[in-house]
Design a protein around this ligand. Sequence first.
Ligand code: PLP
Length: 470
Amino acid sequence: MAGARVRALNIPELLPAQTGETLHARVARSLRQAVTQGYWPEGSRLPGHRVLAAGLGVSRNTLVDALDQLQAEGYVTAQGRSGTRVSAALQPVSPVRHPPTLPLSAWATRALAGQEQDVGGDYVVDFRVGQPVPELYPEAAWTQALARRAGHGSADAQVLRDPLGPLDTRRALAAYLNAERGARVTPDMIMLTGGTQSALDALARVFLEPGRSSAIEAPTYPGAWAALAATGAQVVDVPVDAQGLDPVALPGQATLLYITPGCQYPTTVTLPFSRQRAVIDWAEQTGAFILEDDYAADLHHTGRPPTVMQGLLPDRVLLLGSFSKSLAPVTRSGFLVAPEAVTRVLAGTRPLTDRVPGVLDALALGDILASGAYSRHLRRARQTLRHRHTVLVDALDSAFPTWQITPARAGLHVYVCLPQDVTAGEVLAHAAGRGVAMSPAGATGRSQAVLMAFGHLEPHQIRDGVARLV
Ligand SMILES: Cc1ncc(COP(=O)(O)O)c(C=O)c1O
């Protein structure tokens, strides 16, 4: 600003120090604010170094360091003997008075609308679903596998680049699913995920959009409903009765159908083979893909888990599995099994989101699957779950003969249908008054059923919780 009239500038106050801030950073911040807030107008000449340092109460060296930084950032310009000036192009930043409105996408708006509020609360006995079950963690095997894999050099460059996850783990998982779940899987049909929710999200975004439709069991797992609905596609409810999803009520067409045939969520019933067959026929006729959520397979405590539908029609049934309950509370880990044409698409879209799955967890998972340590651990854990389930069902049967309890062969909760004259809301409120929490079995307050999780509670806590309800 050659020729501009030079005004004598005031010296700003040093701003209060921030935690961990060096003195020169504090001086730089104070001077930067003097520029950005118009205290020092553009083009004006700063007082000489000696005067400025003395006015701020700092050494000349500290001031020079701070000015060097502001010069590098473009706030001031050193002009030889004519001193240092505020850069010409700077406009004062007016202090923001209103937080900016977020320009959310339609997807984000729909995703947020589908979120459930966590009500929290402090209870003596907490039967709510979704709680970690320490007995399910193969702690020793898992920590050993993690420690072995944590050393550097255990993951080669290819592993770090493969969007489907480490090949060794996919091989071990394919062998496990073929042997234990009656699946028909090759390693190239597997994508390792951060849990079922991330697989649902990836599939929903790849296959759905406004104008398309999806179908889902009603009632269902809220996380699945939300992932489908967030895409803007129509979500069609297919009613569930005492045997599970009713195939007669399937819509004329849909791009995806989400179901939980092994252990319907939340009613816990297993879909009979005749109905599975009817659903498969429907998928072949309509061209729909079936998303089979096998969430409870590893949580099967009574008898052997039913084999998966994926084994009946690997071209159309996509299998979703999760280790998020059975590895460690801090691990998010799961998988998707899909025809290779689908995994190839997902391998192409994944780099836009999380690039590759958590490689350390994936490598350790492959080791405990291949060594058999995971299966051995689950066999023991299932005994504990079976016992706790029996304790809860027996306690409820004798305390509430009019409640209709569905014994569960798998999963971590019991589905309880209430008599006609009480609502779930009334039972939840009564329980809360006695220090006991339960989950509603549906989003609406008019639901006639409640869910009681048992896996994380000791038998004496389960008995105490039921006794408090009486
Ligand atoms: C029906 C259903 N599917 C999937 C999951 C697991 O999801 P994630 O692997 O995202 O934890 C759960 C867990 O509660 C579930 O209830």
